[in-house]
Design a binder for this molecule. Structure first.
Ligand SMILES: [Zn+2]
Length: 435
């Protein structure tokens, strides 16, 4: 059941009250009158209606400011759940979020049988069913789901057109399959968009509407975000910088071309440095481990050459992307973020050296602080949540519970910039666990 966006005035007041209460978590009537700008009778009428529909419940009384203590109202965040799936074959990450966008459960799995697409789908179906049943059980109140896919997609048709690491995968109707399994509306997006959404909501881009997301995974992906909106492209891969030629007649790439950037800076490139022969199921773990070994060895004065190559081409990729979009604010995600604050400083310096002074001076490179798999599933679920609650401002889903109104829903850009420049708080140290 998809909700229409245009609504009569009464409905828009209802949504206004609900959206503010969702943002605040808990609030008194006076607070709601203040933030909505509506009259007491209007707010009361819609609170009554929302209480009857189960979207809002009473939660005791607040502190008195002299008179009768105010009744508190609470947004019922567990009135429904959304499911997020990040599928980067063979890796699958699943997450369940409540209606305020909080992650309630998550799980990382791997597809074992990498054969024909119907076999892969069967296995995925079992994983999804088990996860949903295990975490929602009989109380199943799934209202929507989102899936994020790597490769080429047709977002409107709900198709996964092609995916890396699985050559027989063609035009798989992923959205309709999931809708049949789960019996809820499903939204399909590119994996990089899900990662970008997660950065906007809970990561290094909170409060930042314009930035470049640069992800070094198995391959290389970027997303330019302007005014909070990503530039996506016809098949989901706008900014497919990984397949731009940086070395004429260079190494042969998966795409068939030679000398693609991705062959010099990506998880695949790292594995080649190590000459690792690992099964496709172990590749992501092997890439993460290879990254740590690479930077540890280079710190110890060994194996400097691979690191030098990786950093040189990473700087070229970053500078090319910054030039293409004239966007000097970058969030760098993926395996490279494991390089820690020392790498962050080197990459900023090396990238600036390739840019003209005006852009160089404005260049800021923050590292993602989010675990990549969870970020993909969370981002996929956030798209579903946005479709289910089209009136809700997605950037406030993580406002703290407890009735305190944040000073501003959006952190000022300068504050975010200052925060992302502070290595101790903003950078995922390579020997530390992610939060
Ligand atoms: Zn290529």
């Amino acid at each position: 059941m998809r909700r229409a966006i245009s609504q009569p005035l009464g409905e828009s007041n209802r949504r206004l009250v609900l959206n503010h209460l969702r943002r605040l978590g808990v609030a008194s009537m006076d607070q709601l009158v203040r933030v909505t700008g509506r009259s007491h009778p209007t707010v009361l009428k819609w609170l009554d209606s929302l209480e009857r529909s189960g979207d809002v419940r009473r939660r005791g009384v607040g502190a008195s400011s002299g008179g009768r203590p105010p009744t508190l109202f609470e947004y019922v965040a567990d009135a429904g759940h959304v499911l997020g799936i990040a599928l980067e074959i063979p890796s699958v990450t699943l997450a369940i979020l409540d209606l305020r966008g909080q992650v309630l459960a998550r799980e990382a799995r791997s597809i074992q049988q990498l054969g024909p697409s119907d076999a892969v789908l069967r296995e995925l179906h079992e994983l999804v069913e088990r996860f949903v049943a295990g975490h929602l059980g009989g109380e199943r109140r799934l209202v929507a789901a989102g899936i994020a896919l790597s490769g080429f997609i047709d977002r409107d048709a709900g198709l996964s057109l092609a995916t890396p690491r699985l050559s027989g995968w063609r035009e798989v109707p992923m959205r309709s399959e999931l809708e049949r399994w789960l019996e809820v509306p499903v939204v399909l997006n590119h994996h990089i968009d899900a990662l970008t959404q997660a950065e906007l909501h809970v990561g290094s881009a909170v409060g930042v509407d314009d930035f470049l997301f640069f992800d070094v995974g198995y391959g290389l992906g970027i997303r330019a975000v302007r005014a909070g909106q990503p530039l996506v492209g016809r098949f989901g891969n706008a900014g497919l910088i990984g397949h731009t030629t940086v070395v004429p007649d260079g190494r042969t790439c998966l795409c068939g071309n030679r000398g693609c950037l991705e062959e010099y800076v990506s998880g695949r490139a790292l594995l080649r440095f190590e000459r690792s022969e690992v099964s496709v199921h172990d590749e992501d773990a092997a890439i993460a481990a290879a990254t740590l070994r690479l930077f540890d060895a280079a710190d110890a004065g060994e194996n400097g050459e691979p690191r030098e190559e990786l950093e040189r081409f990473l700087a070229i990729g970053l500078a090319n992307a910054i030039n293409t979009f004239e966007q000097p604010r970058v969030v760098l995600s993926g395996f490279a973020a494991a390089g820690g604050s020392a790498l962050q400083a080197r990459m900023a310096q090396r990238t600036r050296a390739l840019l003209q002074p005006t852009l160089a001076a404005a260049t800021e490179i923050a590292f993602s602080r989010l675990p990549r798999g969870e970020a993909g599933a969370r981002g996929a679920a956030l798209f579903a949540l946005r479709q289910h609650l089209p009136f809700a401002d997605p950037l406030v889903v993580t406002a703290p519970k407890g009735g305190q109104e944040p000073e501003s829903a959006r952190e000022p850009i300068a504050a975010a910039a200052a925060r992302t420049r502070t290595p101790d708080t903003a950078v995922a140290g390579r020997r530390e666990d992610h939060p």
